[in-house]
Write a protein that binds this ligand. Sequence first.
Ligand code: XIL
Length: 390
Amino acid sequence: MKLARSAAVATAAVATVVAALLGSLSTTMASAIPGPNMAPDSNAAGPNAAPGSAVDGGQPAAQPLRAHARRAGLPVGTAVDMAALEADAAYRDTVAAEFNSVTAENVMKWQLVEPVRGQLDFAAADELVRFAEEHGQQVYGHTLLWHNQLPTWLTNGVADGSITPDELRQLLRQHIVDQVTHFRGKVVAWDVVNEVIDDDANLRDTLWLRQLGPGYIADAFRWAHEADPKVKLYLNDYNIEGLNAKSDAYHELATRLLRERVPVDGIGIQGHLGVQFGFSNTVIENLRRFDELGLETSITEADVRMPLPVDTAKLQAQARGFLTLLEGCLLTPGCKRFTVWGFTDRYSWVPGFFTGQGAATIMDERFQPKPAYEAIRNDLMLAGPPHHGR
Ligand code: XIL
């Protein structure tokens, strides 16, 4: 059963890659894929439809991503920029129309929730939760502990010695407990620790490791679990989508934490890719080995940047990059969501962080869908019944 379903998805996936590259979905290929598998209340077109065209019954095939996501049983999310959500109606409408999961791009980070020591400010994050409730979206929590975007009172205090290691440990515990408690029942999962392993596959040399020692990771998970025993708790990092030394290190870390009965539930694969680096062909294998540990997986921050200027070949390559992540997720029973790190180039973080690069999202600056958008939609459309085996 499980195998048959995977095989069907694999067929769909391969067909879609080819179709995306050709720029259109071949009816012959699509009709080789079993059944439309539509939810009874769905008016999405079946897999035999070419995107954007009318099919029997006159329904257009092109539904928003979230309609196909729902049918495939894989929530599709985006990071949300709260300033854009407030100021830009087109942005807001697109978040609502296209996605059924949201992640705060910044407003749940420590720097933003406690800019002044002892004064918690969840207003912007609460606004996102409210928006998500209104639009039937799940909220994925990002992030409780990171080495970036920390409040300056905290980093300064550690640097000048006015915050001792013991005090820092208490501050971290309080932060995690306060934040998890505040959002109890509102978020489905938390990135408990973000980017704790470095590019050489060692524990990252951060203020947390230096001040608290390696036990801070297990502590963070235990504190989060105490504050909300139901929410799913994740490790999250970049460059771990395929098999490599860094994902090996996560596999070892997760194995050890589970052995020590630390309440870790999942691995978040950020998925910040670039067309100039090529894409791993071991994403499925990698996701599945975490599956076999009994962990959930999520694609948490997918984007595929490119050296500017944009051209057709790069856009096609970009579509393939997104698909390696999406297909890995669709083919892994425990993969719970596929989230892009922003959906429009208008607000993407990439140009500000990677000189000379950009165009990393699935829609251009005018919200026009790129080949990557269509490839993702086609893959979801073809993916068939809920892919989850458990
Ligand atoms: C980025 C945001 O997109 C930017 O707006 C912010 O200035 C810096 O952080 N990995 C993560 C995310 O886990 O939190 C980062 O988000 C991107 C890399």
